[in-house]
Design a protein around this ligand. Sequence first.
Ligand code: HEM
Length: 140
Amino acid sequence: MDQQRIERLESSFNLVAPRAQELADRFYALLFARYPQVRPMFPDQMNDQKQKLIASLVLVVQNIRTPDKLLDPLSQMGQRHAGYGAAPEHYPLVRDTLLEVLGEIAGDAWTEQLNGDWSVALDLVSSIMIEGAKSEAQTA
Ligand code: HEM
């Protein structure tokens, strides 16, 4: 990932971060409206889940300059996701819903370029998670 893309990811995340709660609320509302088949995979009570999603996005953006540090946590997250029933074909649904909601929250600041930046970043995250799900469970 080149330097300029990294800078755009960081600054756009800083822009939406003050509205992270709204982002998470809207993300799950839209995900479940578009893809009702995934709703039963999630707990009834979504408050904790929303916080965890936000925390995972913060982790990704904070470590985007040292992506090696993301490999272990994201692989392990992918392993846990296999246990939740998440399959590779679900990842684009999550990516596209997140892109749409990021765009809603960023408003006029959202551009095609940013959409592409976030699409690349979320595909990277997804591919590490999917690879992690294929490997043996680790205790670390
Ligand atoms: C960019 C991709 C994704 C990110 C960053 C992400 C992030 C998270 C995080 C941080 C958690 C909290 C629990 C944990 O860390 O294991 C979680 C839980 C969960 N995720 Fe994801 N997720 C992603 C993709 C997906 C996909 C594709 C699905 C499939 C529909 C999915 C379904 C779930 C479910 C069902 C739970 C809740 C499990 C439970 O508490 O019972 N996630 N996700």
